[in-house]
Ligand binder design. Structure first.
Ligand SMILES: *[C@@H]1O[C@H](CO)[C@@H](O)[C@H](O)[C@H]1NC(C)=O
Ligand SMILES: *[C@@H]1O[C@H](CO)[C@@H](O)[C@H](O)[C@H]1NC(C)=O
Length: 256
């Protein structure tokens, strides 16, 4: 968790130096989610996420050096500098995805492949509270339940979709209940032991052939949605700190 925190703070600094450009969504505050999940699943299991990818790139086998180099678009990056912040990959890590929610049906596809090939692997498929009302997510829930796919739908609920609080955008903010025929549980995403034990429960559920499950992690990010809109940070201290870097951030606003 400390390595991820340091990696992200370094990325924040490099963004302000304009060494990292383009999207840069930081995971500061949410580290317990990544590390709690990875404490249970194997590297042979599969993981796909959305915008905040750097922590998982590390837990899935990337080195801090390869990750920072990738963010900076250098050839030494883990995708030769061609992917950047949102497209970091390893053999069983399918990166982030720029289209809100679209990693969810992709994750179900990976789960279908596992099932089809008779592998006992599970897929961890992560989305945020901001994507949770996407139509494609409900379509995926239905097919995953119908076909009993070995997939854990993890809703990382950090309370804000960019700057919009969950209660302003979601009629039902109990995201673990939104799976209809997919059962769900909710634990604190700020407590690594809660995340670990809930993941253990969810993985057992999947591996025993019972099909998909939703796992809502209630967490919080301390910085803005992305470095380009750091001035929108919900955290007063972080916001003040970030305002100092706004000059650099504005110059890349065309990327947002
Ligand atoms: C990880 O893989 C090993 C070896 O295949 C297996 O024994 C173990 O049960 C797996 N862990 C989980 C959580 O499934
Ligand atoms: C998976 O197992 C089923 C049932 O045993 C078998 O019919 C099928 O051919 C297997 N699929 C693969 C890809 O091995």
């Amino acid at each position: 968790m400390k390595t991820i925190r340091n990696l992200e703070l370094k990325a924040e600094w490099l963004f302000k130096q304009k060494i990292i450009r383009g999207p840069c969504h930081l995971y500061v505050g949410q580290e317990a989610c990544a590390v709690g999940i990875e404490a249970i699943i194997n590297l042979t299991d599969h993981l796909i996420t959305a915008y905040r990818t750097h922590g998982f790139a590390y837990t899935r086998g990337g080195t801090p050096r390869e990750i920072i180099a990738e963010l900076a678009g250098r050839g030494a990056g883990m995708c030769k500098g061609k992917g950047g912040s949102m497209h970091l990959f390893t053999k069983t890590f399918y990166g982030g995805n720029g289209i809100v929610g679209s990693q969810v049906p992709l994750g179900a596809g990976i789960a279908l492949a596992c099932k089809y090939q008779n592998k006992s692997q599970v897929v961890v498929c992560i989305y945020g509270d901001g994507a949770a009302n996407q139509g494609q997510i409900f379509e995926t829930f239905n097919m995953a339940a119908l076909w009993k796919l070995p997939i854990i739908f993890v809703c990382e609920n950090n309370k804000y979709a960019k700057g919009t609080p969950t209660w302003k955008a979601s009629a039902n903010t109990d995201f673990y209940t939104k799976g209809d025929s997919v059962p769900g549980i909710r634990v604190s995403g700020m407590d690594i032991l809660c995340v670990r034990e809930a993941t253990r429960f969810a993985v057992d559920h999947c591996r025993s052939g019972k099909g998909p499950i939703v796992l809502e992690l209630k967490t919080y990010r301390y910085l803005g949605h992305q470095e380009g809109d750091a001035h929108l940070s919900t955290h007063p201290v972080a916001s003040r700190r970030n305002n100092a870097g706004m000059r650099g951030a504005k110059s890349i606003s065309r990327w947002q």
